[in-house]
Design a protein around this ligand. Structure first.
Ligand code: NZQ
Ligand code: ZN
Length: 373
């Protein structure tokens, strides 16, 4: 973090410093960042208050500030929500329409201000990719955009900055990292030992180090392994040569976050077991491999289908019992009353699924399974 001033000075002279709802003020990180900027002559303009599941209002506010104050770079200090808001602001600074246009697929950014990141939570991979996901509370929508200009110019990943992440957010982050691997691991391309090995090593690492970070929040090695996994799980590497990933579960999850305000990782723990149960017969060999190589299920004497299902169960048990993250919508008091609306919204912009292409009936069935009891 001590280098943030030097890195920022290489990108601009006046930085919009974007932060969340208070954690970086409380733990002293913002002071460290501000004095590092100051010592390299980078002027700081502050925008705080970005909420988890970041909202378009902060993006509009940040873009206006950039124009009024002549900001020439955006520095995110926080978790994925802060990083995503900073990216959207960087793209909107020179766009005179409504920034929601980018997320509603009505416009594409022509360019973006340079973006820097000081990451405080291992989860989204936003620190090393060109994605931003923003919520519009007026329409109850949460939508992603991708643009190469949103790729951060630099990201500072210091595991010690994640020591203060509380257990629930640590666990949601772990579910998110694993989910990014799942989205890319489940494909139907043959002969991909290198991609499979990378994905399996990330899953194995995360599954084994997360309990250590939960038990001892300042365990440096545990936090470091999670942080590195966060970036490698969603920087494009895992899906190289295999078609880019499935991503249907992420689109189904965004509906839960948009409509019910639950954390992204919490929603994924609900959606993934249901999605897997719907799709595993499409390529049962892949799910057998998942059971053995990611979850250590002993295949001896098991029929193909039983082995595949045991892998899904092992993942579900891990979410529920090791990470303490619920796996049904009912656990969050969510009923089925908005399932049809969520299905239509999830399918608004593109077809869902590449491992298995999902029909509207499939989507509704997945939500119904995710409801639980
Ligand atoms: O608001 P602050 O004060 O920053 O507190 C946050 C927030 O309450 C807190 N926190 C973060 N770092 C901390 C800390 N508390 C103590 N110590 C620290 N070091 O944790 C809470 C959650 O933070 P948030 O940024 O919302 O979490 P996360 O990193 O999981 O980001 C989630 C958002 O990213 C999107 C999600 O949809 C969600 O909106 N995603 C972004 C992706 C991308 N850009 O590539 C991909 C993902 O699939 C995902 O969709
Ligand atoms: Zn995710």
């Amino acid at each position: 973090v001590a280098n943030v001033g030097v890195e920022a000075a290489a990108a601009g002279k006046r930085a919009l410093v974007v932060t969340g709802t208070g954690s970086v003020k409380k733990n002293g990180l913002l002071d460290v960042v501000m004095s590092a900027l100051d010592s390299e002559g980078v002027e700081a303009v502050e925008l705080s208050g970005v909420v988890p599941n970041p909202e378009i209002g902060s993006v509009r506010e940040g873009a206006a500030l950039c124009r009024e104050r002549g900001v020439d770079m955006v520095l995110a200090v926080g978790g994925g929500s802060v990083v995503d808001a900073a990216k959207a602001i960087a793209a909107a600074a020179d766009y005179y329409g409504d920034p929601w246009d980018f997320f509603d697929k009505k416009a594409k950014p022509a360019k973006a201000l340079p973006i820097g990141v000081v990451l405080t939570l291992s989860a989204t991979g936003s620190e090393m990719n060109g994605n931003s996901v923003i919520t519009n509370p007026e329409t109850s929508e949460k939508r992603p955009m991708y643009h190469p200009a949103l790729y951060p110019r630099f990201s500072i990943l210091d595991p010690e900055l994640t020591f203060t992440v509380p257990p629930d957010q640590t666990a949601y982050g772990v579910v998110d990292i694993l989910s990014h691997v799942f989205e890319q691991y489940f494909h139907n391309v043959q002969d991909t030992p290198l991609q499979d090995g990378l994905a399996e090593t990330i899953m194995w690492t995360v599954v084994n180090y997360a309990p250590l970070a939960l038990k001892k929040p300042d365990d440096y090695n545990a936090r470091a392994n999670l942080m590195w996994a966060s970036s490698l799980a969603l920087n494009g590497l895992l899906a190289a040569g295999t078609g880019g990933g499935d991503w249907a579960s992420h689109m189904l999850e965004h509906e839960l976050s948009a409509k019910y305000g639950i954390a992204h990782g919490a929603g994924l723990a609900v959606i993934f077991p249901a999605w897997m149960r719907r799709v595993y017969k499409t390529n049962i060999v892949r799910f057998m491999q998942f059971a053995v190589n990611a979850w250590g299920v002993d295949p001896t004497g098991l029929k193909e289908e039983d082995l595949a299902v045991k892998g899904i169960e092992a993942m579900e048990n891990y979410f529920r019992n090791t990470l303490n993250v619920p796996v049904t919508m009912a656990d969050y008091g969510i009923d089925g009353s908005r399932i049809e609306e969520m299905a239509d919204s999830a399918m608004k912009h593109k077809k869902l699924g590449s491992f298995m292409s999902l029909s509207r009936d499939d989507v509704i069935a997945i939500y119904e399974t995710a409801l639980g009891s």
